[in-house]
Design a protein around this ligand. Structure first.
Ligand code: ADE
Length: 245
């Protein structure tokens, strides 16, 4: 899978993602990442990418032309490699988008290429958004200074859903959100740390009992911390409660 990022801060994106699991996946060529500097596509001699907004208002806006030309270069490059550059989904990361979810990460991981557009200043000229963007996605109800961090968050979440990126083929499936429940607590050695003991059941070797305990813990934690997720799970797992009753 190939990630392409349109940004004013390419080094931030490259450095931020080139470590640990994602970096290893890049080394193994399971995924690729390129960050294209929008500023390289300005046609004015001062290399300016922003201007005042029509109608007044505070702040500057990213102009359409350099964004469009940078996108065009990426699309042409994808085309040249025999894939479909002009049909590649373009995600504009913005607080005005749909909220990013695990289910979206899973869906997007099936794409061969993805292009991210990172905004800055007060946003991007609407006309270029209309022209190139296919998805408007937010990472939550708060405002950051630029789109790079949200793009990196999404790329990390999507990349780890690409087969081969995680060492344990299962670990993307059993964790939180794939079934609406938060994960149960986990323990490693020593069995007694500062007087705190590992729950007895985990030492019992009884796998069924352990599974039951883990589900119970997940349910308890989810009900307490994320009642919204708990309700969703309850609705979709009526059978569990009927069996329990
Ligand atoms: N840009 C600024 N804030 C953002 C957010 N919360 N999600 C996505 N993009 C953003």
């Amino acid at each position: 899978m190939n990630f392409h990022v349109l940004t004013l801060f390419p080094e931030m994106v490259m450095q931020g993602l080139a470590t640990s699991i994602i970096g290893r996946a890049m080394d193994k060529e399971i995924i690729s990442l390129e960050a294209v500097n929008i500023r390289d596509y300005t046609t004015n001699k001062h290399k300016k990418v922003d201007d005042y907004t029509y109608g007044g208002g505070a702040g500057m806006l990213m102009q359409a032309q350099p964004v469009y030309d940078a996108w065009n270069a990426i699309a042409a490059d994808i085309d040249e490699k025999g894939r479909k550059g002009r049909k590649t989904r373009v995600i504009y990361v913005t607080p005005q988008g749909r909220t990013f979810q695990q289910s979206m990460a899973k869906e997007l991981a099936k794409e061969e290429d993805l292009i991210f557009l990172c905004g800055h200043y007060e946003g991007v000229d609407e006309r270029v958004l209309e022209e190139i963007v296919t998805d408007f996605i937010s990472i939550g109800d708060y405002v950051l200074t630029g789109g790079e961090l949200p793009a990196m968050v999404m790329i990390d979440a999507i990349a780890r859903m690409v087969p081969g990126v995680l060492s344990n083929a299962n670990s993307g499936e059993t964790e939180s959100f794939s079934n609406y429940l938060l994960e149960y607590p986990q323990y490693s050695r020593p069995g007694n740390w500062m007087g705190k003991k590992v729950p007895e059941v985990l030492l019992s070797g009884d796998h069924q009992k352990i599974e039951e305990w883990r589900l119970e813990q997940s349910l308890k934690k989810t009900k307490e911390i994320r009642p919204d997720l708990y309700e969703k799970w309850e609705r979709e797992n009526q059978a569990y409660f009927i069996r329990k009753a």
